[in-house]
Design a binder for this molecule. Structure first.
Ligand SMILES: [Zn+2]
Length: 102
């Protein structure tokens, strides 16, 4: 997989000109890819699940693993859905708890 040619971007070059979508969009809208402005990092679903499952594999409980991921249970559920992988049911319980509190 080719990566965006903007230094330190690290996103897949899935748009034209050898850039990622964000840099291409900036260039398209402003005439400048604005390489000096960092692209907001969102962890790809596969990486997120890999980290999460690694913690479970090493004996972490689901609630603790969610806490250590520093994202919501819902975000992890969405990552599972994006990958089409079976979702640990404990995640739904955490997601519901959080909604009750909020
Ligand atoms: Zn980029």
């Amino acid at each position: 997989m080719k990566l965006c040619t903007i230094p330190d971007c690290g996103y897949p070059a899935d748009a034209a000109r050898g850039w990622c979508r964000t840099h291409y969009k900036r260039w398209n809208e402003t005439g400048d890819p604005q390489a000096h402005i960092p692209v907001r990092r969102t962890m790809p679903a596969a990486d997120r699940i890999e980290d999460f499952e690694f913690m479970l594999d090493t004996g972490e409980t689901v609630p603790n693993a969610v806490r250590r991921m520093r994202c919501s249970a819902k975000t992890i559920i969405r990552a599972y859905q994006r990958l089409g992988k079976p979702i640990p049911t404990a995640l739904f319980a955490i997601d519901r708890q959080r909604e009750d509190v909020a």
